[in-house]
Design a protein around this ligand. Structure first.
Ligand SMILES: O=C(O)CCC(=O)C(=O)O
Length: 285
């Protein structure tokens, strides 16, 4: 393993952003560097000075082969289709920064419909996490209704979860329960980060349940007539909501430099249903 100029610049940018050695060690190990190498790097390169330009250019998370493929874009090679248990999944788009991919075929149309029906009677107004208290509160930034399944709660949910963990290479028990969301016309979710900001006191209660979130998989269960795409403002990308498609993005470092700011554009006509799986760095309970 080599200490490259990019790695040093990344390290410096993360330190400038306020991350301590413990968080950096975790991020390096998650990205595939050995603990011994990471510890050596952190002690050898304490506070290495880099020019602001160099920081800007390399403010992306470490890219390397990883034991947890969810944290690396090493997951997919040149093939456009991958067999995942009982389905073939197409990789429509891959991006390095943010670490993002768009898939098709992870869920069949019939499974999308069945998931909606299993969730429909259990919906309630969506809430957001209050950054100070950690409580779930109503907020005008998020207009939708939703519910959570327990992991493996129904046969279908269990099957979809096995496919998700196989596709992305994370242990199933690192996944939160699947969330189903329903947006009516005007429904939206303003751009936000999915990780829990370690600087906010309200994050601690959530971090206790499996550590930080490191990735999000959003599956579209229907196709709204108009609007409802998922927007990534940092990179000017919108993924259209189309039944059976899914967008995955990873943020191995809980920081804006992951470029994973995202939101649900307002639904203009029709409604929108999604299923979301958040992935934690350790077992979610
Ligand atoms: O509705 C969407 O497309 C995005 C949903 C979202 O950002 C979230 O649930 O965190």
């Amino acid at each position: 393993m080599q200490v490259t100029p990019e790695l040093i610049a990344w390290l410096d940018s993360q330190r400038q952003a306020g991350f301590g050695d413990e968080a950096l060690l975790k991020a390096l190990v998650n990205a595939g560097y050995t603990e011994a190498f990471s510890l050596g790097l952190l002690s050898e390169k304490k506070g290495a000075a880099v020019q602001p330009d160099a920081v800007r250019q390399s403010a992306q998370p470490v890219q390397t082969s990883s034991t947890l493929p969810v944290t690396s874009l090493a997951w997919f090679g040149q093939q456009s289709t991958y067999p995942v248990l009982d389905v073939d999944v197409q990789v429509l788009v891959q991006m390095k920064h943010p670490q993002l991919a768009v898939f098709e075929g992870l869920l069949t149309d019939a499974e999308c419909d069945a998931l909606i029906e299993q969730a429909r009677s259990r919906l309630s107004s969506s809430l957001t996490v209050d950054s100070d208290s950690g409580d779930s509160v109503a907020h005008q930034a998020r207009v939708s209704s939703g519910m959570f399944f327990q992991r493996g709660e129904t046969e279908l949910v269990g099957l979809l979860e096995r496919r998700m963990s196989t596709l992305l290479g994370f242990p199933e028990n690192h996944g939160e329960g699947l969330q189903i969301l329903n947006y009516k016309p005007g429904g939206k979710y303003d751009p936000h980060q999915d990780y829990f900001d370690p600087a906010q006191s309200g994050s601690h209660v959530h971090l206790k349940r499996g550590g930080q979130r490191i990735g999000t998989l959003i599956c579209y269960l229907n196709t709204p007539q108009s609007g409802g795409g998922t927007v990534f403002p940092d990179v000017g990308l919108t993924v259209s909501a189309v039944r059976g498609r899914a967008v995955y993005f990873a943020y191995p470092v809980a920081h804006v430099s992951s470029a994973c700011l995202h939101g649900g554009n307002p639904v203009i006509e029709g409604e929108k249903w999604i299923a979301t799986k958040w992935i934690r760095e350790s077992v979610f309970q």
